[in-house]
Write a protein that binds this ligand. Structure first.
Ligand code: ACO
Length: 434
């Protein structure tokens, strides 16, 4: 083997091939490790584990690079709509005019929910978290939409993908409307993807909501910049579920559940919570930054830093500009948004953050944008889920299209008790659990 990794185990030497990706990332292929050596690898949290080969998204965290299907997000952000980028991510190339028109028509025609499905919303309490409604209703979609059972080639997968992307937006708006006790608003066939979502969120029977171009542009960018981010927690979850040959909707519903957690999709909420806390406590930005630097009570500057991006998060650069344009255009005077700017300026000029290479991540400015548009805090993670749908669908498709695909089944190192025997009830004299 010319390019191989060697390991010594119990006096024997083994060789494993080194594989290289198209961007020259290198990995040791250990798929035969257990068969040859009887050992497995242990990598709690998967920080060093490549779980798959994928051709969808490329990230270089040190250089601040994010590319969908090889195209830098900076290029896409200026030139494409979210819908075009979704098609690119799912099908691997930019859509032709015919592709784009067909997909747009499919999205428009799929936007309405089955009347029977609408009854499910009545069953949720008004205080139900919208993420709970979203994941449940995406699963429910498989019962109402036979398209998902027929998805097997590019044509039928395109139809199922359009149904999911379109209806997820209708479900999200319906979840919001039912949480505030307002009637559900029907989609309009004359509106584009983002405008239609805003209409379903903010129109009421006696007044149509008309978003400005800047609002539409900012939300389009928000969705586009969240569209995929390679093997994060929710995407890996989607692939795991998909590997059992579960349908597209069920797999993506599992992705919503994974995204729900505060360590993943909930960080943009944490940014607003932090700003609210600073405002309510009345402490100065200088004092808050001091608390962060002293790691007082584990206080962190939410929306700063990233596990992968050690230089800057390329998404936040684009969103910062969009946020500034939006605030200026809307002539918004919101003390919390002013505070976010003051805090970011203070941190970016402070040695603690400079030395540790801590820059605003995508969540810092996305929270600002969503708040300025009027999206309520409990819908922030739902917005992330709508944006991430193309990435999940593309990863589901990659698994589906792989003729060699096997069910995902990691192993473990067992650390529990060894060879215990059953004890009769009356002899179980253990101390109380709590
Ligand atoms: N505020 C203050 N200090 C920080 C922050 C922060 N936001 N982030 C990292 N640091 C400090 C760490 O305490 C550490 O300091 P030390 O060297 O004195 O010990 C140093 O910077 C290095 O940080 P790491 O521990 O290497 O960062 P890690 O990769 O483990 O964590 C993370 C990354 C979780 C994103 C972290 O930066 C953080 O908690 N940020 C705030 C939460 C947030 O915004 N999350 C969203 C991420 S983006 C996304 O998920 C879409």
């Amino acid at each position: 083997m010319s390019n191989a990794a060697r390991i010594e185990l119990d006096g024997k030497s083994y060789e494993f091939p080194v594989v290289e990706g198209t961007e020259h990332e290198k990995a040791i292929d250990i798929s035969k490790l257990r068969a040859q050596t009887g050992h497995i690898t242990l990598d709690d949290g998967y920080g060093n584990t490549g779980s798959c080969a994928s051709s969808i998204t490329y990230i270089d965290g040190d250089a601040g690079i994010l590319r969908y299907r090889g195209i830098p997000i900076e290029d896409l952000a200026g030139k494409c709509s979210f819908v075009e980028v979704a098609w690119l991510i799912i099908f691997g190339r930019l859509p032709t005019l015919a592709d784009r028109d067909r997909f747009t028509d499919l999205l428009t025609e799929s936007s309405r929910l089955d009347e029977n499905m609408k009854k499910h919303f009545d069953g949720f309490p008004t205080y139900a978290p919208p993420m709970a409604i979203l994941s449940a209703m995406i699963n429910t979609l498989s019962a109402h939409n036979e398209e998902v059972w027929e998805a097997h080639d590019d044509k039928s997968i395109e139809i199922a993908a359009a149904v999911l992307m379109s209806k997820v937006r209708t479900i999200a708006a319906a979840a919001y409307k039912s949480s505030i006790g307002e009637p559900l608003v029907y989609p309009r066939y004359d509106l584009k993807y983002v405008e239609n979502f805003l209409h379903m969120m903010f129109s009421v029977p006696y007044r149509n909501y008309e978003p400005s171009e800047t609002v539409t542009k900012a939300l389009n960018l928000f969705f586009l910049l969240h569209a995929d981010h390679e093997q994060n927690c929710s995407t890996s979850t989607v692939r795991m579920v998909a590997s059992s040959k579960a349908n597209m909707f069920a797999s993506c519903s599992a992705g919503v559940c994974a995204l729900w957690g505060p360590l993943h999709g909930g960080a943009n909420v944490a940014v607003i919570d932090m700003l609210q806390e600073i405002q309510e406590s009345g402490i100065s930005v200088k004092e808050y930054v001091r608390k962060v630097k002293d790691k007082e009570d584990g206080v962190k500057l939410m929306g700063f830093g990233h596990r992968v991006y050690r230089n800057f998060d390329p998404r936040s650069k684009i969103l910062k500009q969009a946020a500034e344009e939006l605030l200026t255009e809307m002539n918004i005077s919101d003390p919390m948004l002013d505070l976010s700017q003051e805090l970011a300026d203070a941190a970016l000029n402070d040695d603690y953050f400079i030395e540790r290479k801590l820059y605003p991540n995508v969540d810092y400015y996305s929270g600002v944008i969503l708040r300025a548009i009027g999206i309520p805090l409990n819908m922030f993670t739902v917005m992330f889920a709508i944006g991430r749908m193309p990435g999940w669908i593309a990863n589901w498709k990659e698994i589906h299209d792989d003729p060699q695909g096997r069910i995902y089944r990691p192993r473990q190192v067992y650390t529990g008790p060894v060879n215990q025997t059953w004890v009769p009830k009356e002899e179980r004299t253990y101390p109380p659990l709590y």
